[in-house]
Design a protein around this ligand. Structure first.
Ligand code: ADP
Length: 475
């Protein structure tokens, strides 16, 4: 394994310099030994010399060595006292081996102090910068216990120091959506929950795992953003709703006028303009209805009714409707798992099925085949509509679910499209936590697959329908 050159695991310049000067195998211990032995020999010789004066050289040597030993003991005691309380005692500058040891220790202490100061400065800077963040930041330990939080977290979550330090965060943010999010441990997405301090404030909560099982919880107040979104949605919904009544009146009169344009009716010469006006009124009606549907779907996510949906029956109903649009020009094939049911809202699911089916009819030339399937795949439930139509270029696929995005505007309008169909599909699928996959090849055909996660699958309670239905080529 290679050693990192940068980042938290890499050695700092200081560490590198230290390790370079740190004694290793080539530590000059032999030289120190010789110096020590030489000193001892000198002491012994001096003692012997002094002993000779009293004709007791051995005693002289012994006493000198003993005095030398006591001196060493004194330095050792001094060192111990200093290590115990470095501020109370000081290490004298005595030279020799002990002097060198004292100098090295004092140097080490100075370096440590410098490093500590640097670290405290860094910590203070980090705390000051995170305290200034408008988002709440909470550092969590291995079990989710709070070890630090900034001012914004205090204001958004009502955390208190030191009372809340060490307490597991799910015990403080008790909303079910957060508890489930935290216990699940899938932190790829964020979750939302009301502030424990004020139910009217909506918070977005994101968890970023880092280091050794540690986590950073980022909290953001999204109430204002949500209010703006709701205001925009309400405006579109209200405007669409308000437009409906005048449009219905206009269409009613245009229908009446259309009848009078036939044969030798009073408006025979107005036939073409009246028909065009009627077509445009119908288009506007479809547009207003789709805009209303989309606005409702956007606000629906949290309030969708949860019922067991008889998907096979809904599919059969939508196929009949698509057949009416197709007017016998396409062949429909179905592969439907009769015992596979879903949990969710019927209106939302029907929007998905009918939009995909009518698109398949509208973008598949006469004589083409439309295959509908509803089945289990890898534990998920998949609804797919495949056609042998005009297909879609790869670069257009990622943009198809954008509002009013059409590959060919003329063709879409001519076939009665509003440009909102796939947008509606996407939003309706979000209500089910489902995703849309699109596979297509120009001139060959397209497949739209809706993938519903396992928790949306409902257990059938009644009699099962026939396992697979197919009209075997019946148009
Ligand atoms: P529109 O009302 O225009 O059909 P949609 O949102 O339903 O709007 O679809 C967006 C665009 O995606 C369409 O304009 C069309 O270009 C393309 N599209 C959708 N379904 C198909 C399909 N089955 N085959 C080919 N193109 C498709």
């Amino acid at each position: 394994m290679t050693q990192p050159t940068t980042g938290p695991g890499a050695p700092s310049d200081e560490q590198q310099a230290e390790s370079a000067s740190r004694p290793g195998d080539d530590f000059p211990s032999a030289e120190l030994w010789w110096r020590g032995i030489a000193k001892l020999a000198t002491v012994a010789a001096a003692g012997t010399g002094a002993g000779l004066i009293f004709a007791r050289p051995a005693l002289g040597a012994l006493l000198a060595i003993l005095a030398y030993g006591l001196l060493q003991l004194r330095q050792l005691i001094r060192l111990r006292a200093w290590l115990h309380a470095p501020k109370r005692y000081f290490l004298p500058d005595i030279g020799g081996l002990w002097g060198e040891v004292f100098d090295l220790l004092i140097d080490l202490q100075r370096k440590n102090r410098k490093r500590k100061k640097k670290l405290s400065l860094m910590l203070a800077e980090f705390q000051a910068s995170t305290a200034a963040l408008p988002d709440g930041a909470v550092v969590l330990g291995e079990r989710g216990e709070i070890s630090w939080f900034n001012t914004a977290a205090r204001q958004l979550l009502g955390l208190r120091a030191p009372q809340d330090l060490g307490i597991r965060v799910p015990n403080l943010i008790r909303h079910p959506s957060f508890t489930e999010f935290f216990e699940k441990g899938d932190f790829e997405h964020e979750t939302e929950a009301p502030s424990p301090l004020n139910r009217n404030r909506l918070l977005s909560l994101r968890i970023i795992p880092y280091g050794n099982e540690q986590k950073l919880l980022i909290v953001r107040d999204i109430s204002e953003r949500r209010q703006l979104e709701a205001a925009r949605r309400d405006f579109v919904a209200n405007a669409s709703h308000e437009l409906r009544t005048p449009l219905t009146v206009l269409r009613g009169y245009l229908d009446l006028m259309d009848m009078d344009t036939h044969g030798s009716g009073p408006l025979a010469s107005w036939r073409s303009p009246v028909q065009e006006m009627r077509n445009q009124a119908l288009r506007m009606e479809a547009l207003v209805n789709d805009m209303l549907k989309l606005a409702r779907l956007e606000g629906e996510r949290a309030h969708m009714r949860e019922e067991v949906l008889q998907v096979p029956m809904l599919v059969a109903r939508a196929v009949e409707e698509a057949r009416a649009v197709s007017k016998g020009q396409h062949r429909f094939e179905q592969q439907v798992a009769a015992d596979l049911l879903l949990l969710g809202g019927e209106t939302e699911l029907y929007s998905v099925i009918i939009n995909l089916l009518t698109n398949a009819v509208r973008y598949t030339p006469s004589g083409g085949v439309i295959r509908v399937s509803w089945e289990r795949r890898h534990g998920n439930a998949c609804f797919a509509v495949a056609d042998t139509g005009i297909g879609i270029a790869a670069e257009d696929i990622p943009r198809l679910t954008e509002r009013f995005y059409r590959v060919d505007v003329g063709r879409s309008r001519a076939s009665g499209g509003t440009g909102l169909g796939l947008s509606i599909v996407k939003h309706a699928l979000e209500c089910f936590d489902a995703t849309l996959e699109i596979e297509s090849e120009l001139g060959v055909g397209s497949t739209f697959i809706c993938v519903f996660p396992p928790h949306r699958i409902a257990e059938p309670s009644g009699d099962a329908l026939p396992a697979a239905l197919s009209d075997g080529g019946k148009p």
